[in-house]
Design a protein. Sequence first.
Length: 633
Amino acid sequence: VCTVYVHVDTVTVRKGDVVAQGQQIATSGNTGTGGNAHLHFAVDNCAWQSLPSSFVEAGVPLSSRMVTSANPTSSPPPLVVNPVDVGQVVAVAIDPAYAGGASVSRMSLRVDFDDGVLDYISASSNPNGGGFGFLRWNDIAPGETMYVSFVTTDPGSGSALTATVVVYTDPDGAGPLPEIEVTSGADGVSWEITAPPEPEHLVGTVYHDLDGDGLRDITDPPLAGVTVEAWYDDGDGQFEPNVDDYLSTSVTTDEFGQYDLEVPPGLPFWVVPGGDEIDGALATNGTATLDTGDALTLGYAWPSVQIIAVAEDRPDGAALILPGPYPVTVTFNYTVRNTGETALRDLIVSDDVGTPLDTGDDAVVCSLAGPLPAGAETTCSLTRSVDGPGVSIAQVTATPTGWAPDATGPAVGDSDAAEIQRLADGTNPDLRADVCGSDIVLVLDESGSVNRWRTTFTQAARNFIAGVVDTGTRVAVVEFSTTATLVVPYTEVTSGGLGTISTVFDPYLDTGYYPNGFTNWKGALEVVRDEMTSPSTVFFVTDGNPNILDSAWVSETSATEGAAAVADNLKAQGVHMFAVAVGRSPDIEFVEAISGPDRYPGADFGSADYAASIRIDLLDEMMTDYGSQVCTP
């Protein structure tokens, strides 16, 4: 039911106003059978809205008043409208679905077309039948509405205003109503039913706005199957669905993204796309558009955002290895990327600081008003104390925004974890995923036993270094015999005439590498630990067991134990140890003590701890393999 006119309540509406289906705007009284019995009118499908009469000027209110009747008898007097202005048009409808009780369900309406006077409406259980134009209430089929409109005439001073009535039915629900024009003639009152006015068409296109700029480019495809609704506007120019504005009709876009909404003429409507097809998208032209009769082109873009959280300089997904003691200060770095099709604003990055069940200590890392364009990124960081190994979850939220003032969409977000680990003592971390482009230390045995194989060792070093050339990888070289020395600090490996291979590494290998002395593993690893900053990997090349510990000649077992302790320090900091043992002298148990138990080949290179061969002449081939695997696994 669209409108209810009841009892002595007055309901005033203006031309074009809408009352929502099911909205209660008045309360009904007792129809009764006495001298003050009155009618209860209802309007179905907003019939009066579709009845623009020539008698009604813009701004003139359409009103309902109490309609009185005599006792229901076989010959009742005419009903009167008390009072309605002369020339005032009122449109109502009797709804067969109106639930008012058993007596109302048997209500009958009799219309005398001879004199144009509505002369009988009753709640009688057995109303007087016969006569031209007699209709029983229950003769109206379900879903069918019988429409009534009437205009008042002036019967003269001091007389009641008598309603002249035209009645017809709309069994197919075809609406809108024909325009009914009732005029006065020489013989009293006559009427004429004319064709309904032509509806208006609101047309347009819905498309995928790939760059979110609110303009349809030639590469922007149409969006088919999108629901497009027409909402009647109450004239205030504000889209207030189900408050002041009401849904009139809806369609879905075709394969070309086009829609055609058929609406009553002369009224303002909001055009609002919706449905699952554009769920989560941003309306780059605005969420609702007041149609002005021009074809509308409505774009939708899909927003998204990504956050990458890392501890210190670790790559995404790689843990920071911290041996302790704890607490320790760590800097967490966050990269926020706009991976969607729209700009983003009001970006907020937060971190749960490793306590996901306690939101009270969450840290807001940074806020960005924006807009952050599609494809752009920004960074921020948080330095805080860490009490021990664990995982911190970072989150970002953002509001998609377009070029139109009200073009905003639902918030988008993402999360990522940054992990801190403390490995068990002696555990060798796997080769880092970002080893190519990282800092690597090459440790070369320069003890006297290598002297006859000097060319093989230097060629092996060249082959390894050549495997990472021009990849952004930096290599440092430490040599050891009785003592150990950093001979080449971290240097990016580059090719060409002025590249570091020819200007740094080759000169050292040609003239600076002269094997002699004893074998000091511990001293070599101490140089790496104490003088080198955050290497990802140590490649440790030797042809024999250690025999020097802190400048003293000791047993090979004691010397190995000292070296293994330093190696464990490096592993605990996340450094991957890879030992390369050649010749018959090295004991595998000593090699495993400074690296780990997994031998290559056999174990995957990324998780292997060492390689060994009794043939020193194969060292250059072995190192060629390892250098190539660093950047092309």
